[in-house]
Design a protein around this ligand. Structure first.
Ligand SMILES: C[S@@+](CC[C@H](N)C(=O)[O-])C[C@H]1O[C@@H](n2cnc3c(N)ncnc32)[C@H](O)[C@@H]1O
Length: 271
């Protein structure tokens, strides 16, 4: 791939999605563009980039941004956050919010949905009463393809083999040929929305729990700071934020207290 084409794509992706692709990532960028070029019937990556340059801000640009997202996820990823939810946070919310029976959850960077469905299974298994409350559960992602997969709630065998206990598979999924479909009743509790973290957030102020895991790692420091401070404003005082294992609010946003719940680390919005 030509250096100038690599730079053109990286600049565009950074402007649009904040994803930082530095020199050294040429192989990653080229292999993803190669897959996209084949899918969209371009002769080569060069031809795809030439098309982008001839048609500024086209639909193809959007596909390039989607192609540059890393959508790696799994059920109950890292497990400990879900244990913290089960043992401490859900019982606390059950107590604190009993009067108005209103709860707001947000999964930013939801990818193909395993994370938000893991949260819902945790609620269904350990605090089913919450499902009778006014539960607003929003899952968002920038990438349209993963979002539509999340919305469909269908997973292949490999995906359900990653992190999902057999008992939960049997209980909350139905087999359809080679795929497993997540419970209709639980899936309907989630509103899926396309949302770029750089844009306006049409979410619920007074959110109780935010999962924003394994996405800040792709951003530069000013973007991380801006997103964390926006997340703090979205959360209720005392609300919880979960980040990925390699992410933190430390030195980025002082409006969170770091809370350790057994083996999980989460961040509580300060009053
Ligand atoms: C590695 S996945 C994380 C999935 C899940 N949160 C987890 O931890 O398993 C990162 C997700 O962030 C999304 N993403 C990247 N940049 C984004 C942006 N600017 N706005 C919204 N979502 C973004 C990608 O599309 C991708 O699905």
């Amino acid at each position: 791939m030509k250096t100038e084409d690599f730079e053109y794509v990286c600049t565009y992706v950074r402007e649009q999605a904040a994803i930082v692709l530095e020199p050294g990532k040429e192989y990653l960028v080229e292999s993803r563009l190669d897959a996209l070029a084949r899918k969209k019937k371009f002769e080569s990556v060069d031809a795809l980039v030439a098309h982008l340059k001839r048609h500024p801000n086209s639909e193809m640009h959007r596909s390039v941004v989607d192609a540059m997202t890393t959508n790696e996820t799994s059920f109950f990823r890292d497990l400990h956050p879900f244990e913290a939810l089960r043992k401490v946070i859900l019982p606390e919310l059950l107590e604190k919010r009993r009067a108005d029976k209103q709860l707001n959850f947000w999964c930013g960077a939801a990818s193909t949905g395993q994370e938000c469905f893991s949260v819902l299974m945790t609620i269904a298994e350990h605090c089913p009463e919450l499902l009778q409350w006014n539960l607003n559960f929003i899952a968002t992602d920038l990438c349209r393809e993963v979002l539509s997969r999340a919305q469909a709630g269908r997973f292949n065998q490999l995906e359900v083999n990653r992190g999902l206990p057999a008992a939960l598979l049997v209980k909350h999924f139905e087999r359809h040929g080679d795929e497993w479909e997540f419970s209709d009743a639980l899936r309907k509790k989630v509103q899926f929305r396309e949302m770029n973290l750089l844009d306006h957030w049409p979410l619920f102020p007074g959110t109780d729990v935010v999962f924003l895991r394994n996405v800040l790692i792709y951003f530069d420091v000013p973007t991380k700071k801006a997103i964390l401070s926006k997340t703090r404003r979205l959360l209720r005082p005392g609300g919880y934020l979960f980040l990925g294992g390699a992410e933190t609010t430390m030195n980025l946003c002082e409006q969170f207290d770091r809370v350790v719940i057994e083996k999980a680390t989460c961040y509580r919005a300060v009053d």
